[in-house]
Design a protein around this ligand. Structure first.
Ligand SMILES: [Zn+2]
Length: 92
């Protein structure tokens, strides 16, 4: 079976089936057991790990800036950090 026209989805029941690429990132019903299976693609798990680490880093930096420089420094750190995270999300 070729996945040239779409993505291969592996259901937990063991069935592997093809779905159109337009469904990427959504869900499809397994033809074998009828349960909804999440379709991979879009961003990979590493992306979400990086975003999660980035959010944590921004929060920590904001806390440190707030402790060291007061509310204004914390606000600036938070806005800059959130901006960088937003850019990452848009560009990837
Ligand atoms: Zn199934």
């Amino acid at each position: 079976m070729s996945a040239a026209d779409g993505d291969e989805v592996a259901c937990p029941c063991g069935q592997v089936f093809d779905v159109p690429r337009s469904l990427r990132g959504g869900i499809a019903n397994c033809p074998q057991c009828r349960q909804a299976v999440k379709i991979g693609g879009g961003h990979d798990p590493l992306f979400y790990a990086l975003v999660g680490a980035g959010v944590l880093a921004v929060l920590i930096a904001t806390a440190i800036a707030g402790w060291a420089g007061g509310f204004t420094a914390a606000a600036i750190t938070f806005v800059v950090g959130a901006g960088i995270l937003g850019l990452m999300a848009v560009l990837s």
